[in-house]
Every structure is written in structure tokens, then in C-alpha cells.
Design a protein around this ligand. Structure first.
Ligand code: NAD
Ligand code: TYD
Length: 361
């Protein structure tokens, strides 16, 4: 194991993927120290990491990645040799309603972290560090735009983002690349397909459908439900990030995908059927598929995403271990066992968002 005294900054560790990553990282790398910097926006939840909060290897700092004095101070105090940067505004629909926060957090926030790492790692302190530093930027396949019925995104597919969210992520990817080429910053970028699994905030398709279907509410499907996403179980994504940190070549990008393309309608119908089987039909005696409603499409809705993960498989030996049928079953079981978590994250602000976004659709 290569974790000896690794000092890690995780940003956005209270979100969906970040919280799964923090848990896996502490489990796989028992000697690491990990600081989680998170602003706790609507998407961040301290209870996502309640089980490890008292771990002596872990420290939580509430703060904004755009706050340069705070970020610089943390880098100096902790002497990070590893950065795993998740913090972002991450929901396409919210980026259409209000792009400003996406520009701030996703672009300015990434810039702030790059500057802090550059300052510390070029200060001479690097030579006294027990590890060669690594800055891993977690990004998305959405930067590549939209595919037709054939083809896959590779690491050399030209960037062609279509939403304010994906454009802001693309900008941050370019900044990371520029810091590598210009300043020699030891960066790594991962571009991953759609994740699903525990602690997924119920504004994204899969957890929203599970929550609504459980409660007998309408299931909103944009357009005709034929848009395709490539689904990856979140723990497999986190394992890919650890593999890139351990064995990835500095300056490189690695695409991460589930090899599991599904049209949205099929995903929604699968969830309906699995819930019917687990908790019984609706109180009306009808199956949950009857709750499906086709609603007004998302503006600029990307047609299809699909990842070619050959590079990470052949260079680093990573591949997904949980296929969609197993992962979706596990995910539904997790939600059934954590109704209190869903209750806690879907109060006030969530209800306002839901009414605003779906009310007139
Ligand atoms: P999320 O929205 O669930 O969590 C984001 C976290 O970042 C939250 O804890 C939030 O409080 C924190 N945060 C937001 N703004 C911040 C700021 N200014 N300062 C500090 N913390 C801040 O997101 P996620 O789905 O876990 O995604 C994590 C990362 O992975 C993002 O960068 C996203 O672009 C990328 N990604 C997500 C997916 C996916 O399917 N969810 C797929 C590929 C890549
Ligand atoms: P989402 O989970 O928002 O992820 P992304 O847009 O980043 O891929 O959406 C996944 C797919 O599901 C996408 O094609 C949009 C669609 N969708 C719906 O049909 N209904 C919904 O209520 C939501 C949130 C998404």
C-alpha cells in the first residue's frame, strides 16, 4: 500500500461522490490524513459522513473553495501533498436556472485551489514532503458534448460543452491543464460518466425517481425518455480515482465509465418494477409505472453520453465491478434503509426548488 503519511485535501467531501470517496479512501489507505473542505451548500450534508466524523485521521473544515486566504492558510497549515477536487455546483437544471454560482465555484474555485497548490509546491517545501504531490481534478464526460446513436467519448474527443454546468467544468479542466503545461503542476484529470448510489441528492434522476415512486408521486421524464446516459456505481468511480492517484501518469486525463448505457425511460421503469417487488404495489393497487409523466424537455438536452474507458483499464487495471442491475438494486435498498436521510435532505429549500422546477412543466 502506498498511503504512508499521505496528507490529502478533499474538496466537496460532504456531497454525493465526495462522501463515498472519503469513506473508501480512509478504508483503503489506513495511514492517510484527510481534510475535507466543504461549504455545505444545499447539496452538502454533514450527516453523509457522520460515521467517520470522529476518526482521528479526519478533519472537517466548513468553507468556500473561492476563499483564497482560507485555502492558502489550509495548504500552509496542513502541507497537503494530495488534492482530490470534487467541490462544484453539479446539477445541469440548476445551471440553466442560475448559471452565476457555477461560474464562481467551478471556475474561480478551481483556480483558487490551483494557485494554492502552485504556491506551496513550488516553495521548496515539496522536497521535504514524504510524497510526490498530486492534484486530481474530478470532472465529467459532459464536457465532450453530445453523441449521436454511435461512438464513444475518448480522452481525445474535442471539448464541446452545451450547458452552463458542462461549460464551467470544461473551463476548469482547461485551467488544470494550463497549470500543468505552464507551471509543471503535477495534475491528473478524470472525466466520468453519470454516477448513482448511496447519498445521491434527490434532485438527480435516479434518487428523485426512487423518492417520488416510493411516495406515490408523479415521475417526471423529460422529452420522450430516449436520452441515454452511461451509468456507473459511485464506489467504482471512487476506486478509479484512487487508482489514478496511485498509478496515473502526471498531466494525463483518464475517462471513467460504466459501460452501461441506458435510455432514461428504461431506468425509470426498472426502478418502478424493483420497488413494486420490494414494497408492494401502490395503495391504489396499481404498479408504479403508472406514475410516469412525460414532461417538457430540458433546453439543450444532450442526447447521449457514453465513455470509452480503454485507457484507464489498460494502463491502470481499473474496471467497474458492479453492473447496473446489481447497483440499482443496492441503491434502492440503501434508500429504503435510509428514509430518515431522504426526509432530512428534502425539507424546505428542496421543496421550493421542486415546486419551481416541476410546477409548470
Ligand atoms: P454534489 O453536488 O453532490 O456535491 C458537491 C459538494 O461540493 C457539496 O458537498 C457542496 O456543499 C460542495 N460545494 C459546492 N460549492 C462549494 C464551494 N464553493 N466551496 C466548497 N464546497 C462546495 O456533487 P457530486 O455529484 O458529488 O459531484 C462531485 C464532482 O464530481 C463534481 O465536480 C462533478 O462535476 C463531478 N462529477 C459528477 C458526476 C455525477 O454523476 N454526479 C459525474 C461525473 C463527474
Ligand atoms: P441528471 O440526473 O440530472 O444528470 P445529467 O443531466 O447530468 O446527465 O439527468 C439524467 C438524465 O435524466 C438526463 O437525460 C435528464 C433526465 N431527467 C429526467 O428525465 N427527469 C428528471 O426529473 C431529471 C432530474 C432528469
Amino acid at each position: 500500500m502506498t498511503d504512508l503519511k499521505r496528507s490529502i485535501l478533499v474538496t466537496g467531501g460532504c456531497g454525493f461522490i465526495g462522501s463515498n470517496f472519503v469513506r473508501l479512501c480512509l478504508e483503503r489507505w489506513p495511514h492517510a490524513r484527510l481534510v475535507n473542505l466543504d461549504k455545505l451548500t444545499y447539496a452538502g450534508n454533514l450527516s453523509n459522513l457522520a460515521d467517520i466524523a470522529a476518526d482521528p485521521r479526519y478533519r472537517f473544515v466548513r468553507g468556500d473553495i473561492c476563499d483564497a486566504p482560507l485555502v492558502d492558510g489550509l495548504f500552509n497549515e496542513e502541507g497537503f501533498d494530495t488534492v482530490v477536487h470534487f467541490a462544484a455546483e453539479s446539477h445541469v437544471d440548476r445551471s440553466i436556472d442560475g448559471p452565476a454560482e457555477f461560474i464562481r465555484t467551478n471556475i474561480v474555485g478551481t483556480f483558487t485551489l490551483l494557485e494554492a497548490a502552485r504556491k506551496l509546491w513550488s516553495s521548496g517545501i515539496q522536497s521535504s514532503m514524504s510524497r510526490v504531490p498530486r492534484f486530481l481534478h474530478v470532472s465529467t464526460d459532459e464536457v465532450y458534448g453530445s453523441l449521436g446513436d454511435t461512438g464513444l467519448f475518448t480522452e481525445t474527443t474535442p471539448y464541446d460543452p452545451h450547458s452552463p454546468y458542462s461549460a464551467s467544468k470544461a473551463a476548469s479542466d482547461h485551467l488544470v491543464s494550463a497549470y500543468h503545461h505552464t507551471y509543471g503542476l503535477p495534475t491528473l484529470v478524470t472525466n466520468c460518466s453519470n454516477n448513482y448510489g448511496p447519498y445521491h441528492f434527490p434532485e438527480k434522476l435516479i434518487p428523485l425517481i426512487i423518492n417520488n415512486a416510493l411516495n406515490g408521486r408523479d415521475l417526471p421524464v423529460y422529452g420522450d425518455g430516449s436520452n441515454v446516459r452511461d451509468w456507473l456505481y459511485v464506489v467504482d468511480h471512487c476506486a478509479a480515482i484512487l487508482a489514478v492517484l496511485e498509478k496515473g501518469r502526471v498531466g494525463e486525463t483518464y475517462n471513467v465509465g460504466g459501460n452501461s448505457e441506458k435510455p432514461n425511460l428504461e431506468v425509470v421503469e426498472t426502478i418502478c418494477d424493483l420497488l413494486d417487488a420490494r414494497v408492494g404495489l401502490l395503495s391504489t393497487g396499481k404498479p408504479r409505472r403508472t406514475l410516469i409523466r412525460f414532461v417538457k424537455d430540458r433546453p439543450g438536452h444532450d442526447r447521449r453520453y457514453a465513455i470509452d474507458a480503454t485507457k484507464i483499464r489498460s494502463e491502470l487495471g481499473w474496471c467497474p465491478t458492479v453492473d447496473f442491475s446489481e447497483g440499482i438494486g443496492r441503491t434502492i435498498d440503501w434508500y429504503l434503509q435510509h428514509l430518515d436521510w431522504v426526509e432530512q435532505v428534502t425539507t424546505g429549500a428542496y421543496r421550493d426548488y421542486y415546486a419551481r422546477h416541476y410546477g409548470n412543466r
